[in-house]
Design a protein around this ligand. Structure first.
Ligand SMILES: Cc1cc2nc3c(=O)[nH]c(=O)nc-3n(C[C@H](O)[C@H](O)[C@H](O)COP(=O)(O)O)c2cc1C
Length: 401
């Protein structure tokens, strides 16, 4: 296995993660839904973005610190929730929490994490956020809110974009379903990844859903806890009323994750949600969704300039982060990018992913002539420059005529 140090970009970490994991596991991270059009939609939205640099601006001292809800972080991005990360690398969530703490960026822990929020809060007391899935029995979601409150977390996010389970065909083909139905070819392929297989079986198979363990009967196995979780979520009967109830129960910063329609953005902010995560869940829900980047200007227009907008889905480069900030996002989350790091190299891997993105952001700021994030804006986007020049040039043409 190549050392993590040799990774020069997120794609390198992805290749290392892929080598380490059996296909059934890597496909769970990497996969989209159905024809996986959405994965391309997300990637292409960033590939189509164009930044027009300005020169002869002193960028010798570049600064990427970003302030969100009154708290200044080291960078304008944090770590998105990814469930079952502990299955890809034992204790992955603890590495994500530790790396977020050390780098001073936020870590939004998944409601389907294998570690618990109580464990992660010890490692990242000032950087831990918690993500909640609505449950059929509402007392679960309210108890999770209470636990986050008791721990003194600053921020929770409610994920709204999983009303029903999605059609992840890679998982179905591989037998990554409940109960796990591994086919013979899947088992044989897994044997090519002995390090993962040995650790997996030594630690007792599929890991516990750490935040749900206490809701199952004492002594329940990870499988029994997963059964409880699967019976409770997703819950297609959740409505805005449930979000209101969470708003009433939660005094801290409340984010709604998965908002894509401008009207939903208006309703959510009207109900007192503090910020929105514009996201299509990394193209893991509805394959036909547009990219969050494409929806961002409409959502910004719907909620006005003052509501913090976070964005995720498809971010693999520092330049993606800078482009999203120019387009109106206030903060970015990375899902797979940091998960590849955790999978490939544990704590060192997450640190590497974070430092790669930080370095790339720093370079792009230097390249476009922006000494800090306040200097970013739509004036760096090709569309804006083109529209502005067309406006000026058409004036000049009129004068000549
Ligand atoms: C393996 C995996 C598990 C995920 N689990 C969750 C989850 O438990 N809760 C949630 O809100 N989003 C979950 N997501 C979505 C991410 O939070 C995020 O929206 C998405 O990964 C962003 O896209 P990207 O991976 O292209 O960066 C998951 C994503 C992946 C890849």
């Amino acid at each position: 296995m190549k050392s993590i140090d040799s990774a020069i970009n997120i794609d390198d970490l992805k290749r290392m993660a892929k080598r380490r994991l059996p296909k059934i596991m890597f496909d769970f991270i990497e996969g989209g839904v159905e024809d996986e059009v959405g994965l391309r939609t997300n990637a292409n939205a960033f590939r189509d973005a164009r930044l027009v640099p300005r020169y002869y601006i002193d960028t010798s001292k570049r600064e990427q610190r970003a302030t969100l809800f009154g708290r200044t972080y080291a960078s304008p991005f944090g770590i998105a929730p990814t469930g079952m990360a502990g299955a890809f690398r034992k204790d992955a969530e603890l590495f994500l929490a530790q790396a977020a703490n050390d780098a001073d960026v936020p870590y939004l822990m998944s409601g389907a994490a294998n570690a618990s929020m109580e464990q992660a809060a010890k490692l990242a007391p000032k950087n831990l956020w918690y993500q909640i899935y609505g449950a059929r029995d509402r007392s679960f979601q309210l108890d999770l809110v209470k636990r986050a409150k008791d721990l003194g977390l600053s921020t929770i996010a409610v994920t709204c974009d999983v009303p029903v389970s999605s059609n992840r065909e890679r998982n179905r083909r591989n037998g990554f379903v409940r109960p796990l139905r591994m086919t013979l070819p899947t088992i044989l392929e897994a044997m090519l990844h002995p390090e993962w297989v040995v650790t997996y079986f030594r630690s007792g198979g599929l890991p516990m859903l750490g935040n749900w363990q206490r809701y199952a009967a004492p002594g329940s196995t990870p499988d029994q806890v997963a059964d409880l979780f699967a019976k409770q979520t997703p819950d297609p009967s959740q409505t805005w009323r449930d979000l209101e109830a969470i708003r009433e129960a939660w005094p801290g910063t409340l984010l709604l994750k998965g908002v894509m329609h401008p009207e939903d953005a208006r309703i959510a902010t009207g109900l007192g949600v503090d910020g929105l995560i514009v996201s299509n869940h990394g193209a893991r829900q509805l394959d036909m969704m547009p990219s969050p980047l494409d929806m961002l200007p409409m959502i910004r227009a719907a909620v006005g300039p003052d509501v913090p907008l976070l964005l995720d889905s498809g971010v693999r480069r520092g330049s993606d982060i800078v482009a999203a900030l120019c387009m109106g996002a206030d903060f970015i989350l990375t899902g797979r990018a940091t998960l590849y790091g955790a999978t490939a190299g544990g704590l060192e891997g997450v640190k590497k992913a974070v430092s790669i993105l930080q370095r790339e952001i720093d370079l792009v700021l230097g390249q476009i002539g922006a000494p800090n994030l306040a200097a970013l804006g739509p004036h760096y986007l090709l569309e804006t420059v083109r529209a502005e020049e067309e406006r000026r040039n058409s004036g000049a043409m009129t004068l000549r005529r």
